[in-house]
Design a protein around this ligand. Structure first.
Ligand code: 5GP
Length: 200
């Protein structure tokens, strides 16, 4: 065999977590520290938060535009989260996979379910907070949300956490460095699966 000719397909890494579990921090660090990962940029109908840039953090769309694109089959998955629509554009995903590039998708549990149905070789990772009490503490610690909003997020977090068993891996986020190392280990192991090799 010619080892230099070993090629593998690209991998979709899906990361989901209830809000407050620390997913954004972990995926941001993993993007910088684990080589060869790119972030898939989602479309959303919500408005940008301070510091967010259109085309970098999200593609921010009007609802009618989002719905038109969805009807045209432009999304690999889409879901409504907190009253806004979110969707993963299909063509950058298919291009990356065909070119052997790996993507990280930060999507909710509804989206993860749709992606696994469409791309069974995708790797789904669930980030869990160390405890419900810690999650509540982190959500309150943000200091931006009213008690009603926090209560709603906690309720939703409980419902989402009940879904962790449909994922391939879980990471309990007690400490960001440790969680990034674990995510990196998952990425490395998945990259070395013989079943992902293509005949060159
Ligand atoms: P945020 O508005 O705080 O950035 O994200 C809210 C939720 O939407 C998070 O749980 C995030 O993972 C999820 N989300 C972001 N992009 C997508 C997407 O393209 N599809 C789905 N299904 N969920 C998404």
């Amino acid at each position: 065999m010619d080892v230099q000719r070993l090629r593998r397909r690209g991998i979709l890494f899906i990361v989901s977590a209830p809000s407050g579990a620390g997913k954004t921090t972990i995926s941001g660090r993993a993007l910088r520290e684990v080589g060869g990962l790119e972030m898939s940029i989602s479309c959303t109908t919500r408005t940008p938060r301070a510091g967010e840039v259109d085309g970098r953090d999200y593609h921010f769309l009007e609802r009618a535009d989002f719905e038109r694109r969805r009807a045209a089959g432009e999304f690999a998955e889409s879901a409504e989260v907190h009253g806004f629509l979110y969707g993963t554009p299909r063509s950058p995903i298919d291009q990356a996979l065909a070119a052997g590039r790996d993507l990280l998708l930060d999507i909710d549990v509804q989206g993860a379910r749709q992606m696994k149905a469409r791309y069974p070789e995708a790797v789904a990772v669930f980030v869990l907070p160390p405890s419900e009490g810690e999650l509540a503490r982190r959500l309150r610690g943000r200091g931006t949300d009213s008690p009603e909003v926090i209560a709603r997020r906690l309720e939703r977090a409980r419902a989402e956490m009940a879904e962790y068993r449909s994922y391939d891996y879980y990471v309990v986020n007690r400490n960001v460095d440790e969680s990034v190392r674990r995510l990196a280990a998952i990425v490395t192991a998945e990259r070395h699966k013989v079943s992902r090799l293509v005949e060159g």
